[in-house]
Design a protein around this ligand. Structure first.
Ligand SMILES: NC(=O)c1ccc[n+]([C@@H]2O[C@H](COP(=O)([O-])OP(=O)(O)OC[C@H]3O[C@@H](n4cnc5c(N)ncnc54)[C@H](O)[C@@H]3O)[C@@H](O)[C@H]2O)c1
Length: 257
């Protein structure tokens, strides 16, 4: 039995990934900010109902001590850490000329430093275990293309792609693969926020920005969390053993890399 940890799993894509990895047979640790305790506990219960072991942990991925504790408690309570999914992330929808330095740092603290901390702490644990592992990060279509009004967010998601490529090369000798999943437009709270903020900036109704972006999706619909979880299931399992350093698009056909 392998053990997976998913950050930012109280809701959205992280929750879909946690439930899918549980159905795949992994024991699962889910984590999120302490303010999300009630939603996280609901996720934990749903995982347990699938029939695997489940623990819920609170922690902020931008904080080194938090991430150290999340990894140590996962291994302590479930016996090992074999799959780390650095999923937690935050959005920011703002013209570059309006972004202050602190706002820039806030996004990078979670999306860039958070992924760096989760990757490195997971790798330390996996190297100590000596049994290899799978490390995954949340990229985005924004890891492959810079979008207007999402510039800082995009720069933080490009960082995920770079970290994924470097980590894959550094940790291959330890039997660890490192890949990122890159969704397009997924109907979650994050996209509701982006849609709302784009609407305010561009003076259009709520829902219109999402509709406009969705019109460019070849497969004709926005994504569900489950669409993303299917790719993560593959990247977390043995069928992807010969794949590392990749940032794989799962966007219904928006960006063609
Ligand atoms: N929704 C999309 O369209 C989309 C597209 C591409 C990539 N992504 C990425 O997928 C990931 C999940 O996005 P989502 O749409 O489910 O977002 P969401 O906002 O619905 O969920 C994100 C979760 O992360 C948690 N979180 C935020 N900051 C945290 C921190 N510092 N420490 C720990 N947890 C934290 C939140 O509490 C929340 O539960 C993010 O990295 C996001 O950038 C989302």
């Amino acid at each position: 039995m392998t053990v997976a940890h998913i950050t930012g799993a109280a809701r959205g894509i992280g929750k879909s990934i946690a439930l899918r990895l549980a159905r795949d047979g992994h024991d699962v640790a889910v984590s999120d900010l302490a303010v999300m305790a009630a939603e996280l506990e609901a996720t934990r219960k749903e995982i347990e109902a699938i029939g695997v072991r489940a623990v819920a942990l609170h922690g902020d991925v931008s904080d080194p001590e938090s991430v150290r504790r999340l990894v140590a408690e996962t291994a302590g309570q479930l016996g090992s850490l074999d799959v780390m999914v650095a999923n937690a992330g935050i959005a920011q929808t703002k013209a570059l000329l309006e972004v202050g330095p602190d706002e820039y740092d806030k996004v990078h603290a979670v999306n860039g430093r958070g992924v760096f901390l989760c990757y490195t702490e997971a790798a330390r644990q996996m190297i100590a275990q000596g049994t290899g592992g799978k490390i995954l990060g949340a990229g985005s279509i924004a890891s492959h293309k810079g979008f207007a009004l999402l510039g800082v967010y995009c720069s933080s998601k490009f960082a995920v792609r770079a970290l994924t490529q470097a980590a894959a090369q550094e940790w291959a000798p330890h039997g660890i693969t490192v890949n990122a999943y890159c969704p397009g437009i997924v109907a979650t709270t994050m996209w509701e926020e982006i849609d709302h903020d784009l609407g305010e900036i561009n003076g259009v109704e709520t829902g219109e920005s999402m509709k406009e972006m969705a019109a460019g999706i070849s497969l004709g619909r926005v994504s569900t969390g489950e669409d993303v979880a299917k790719l993560v299931s593959f990247l977390a399992g043995p069928d992807s053993d010969y794949m590392t350093g990749q940032s794989v698009l799962v966007d219904g056909g928006m960006i063609f890399a």
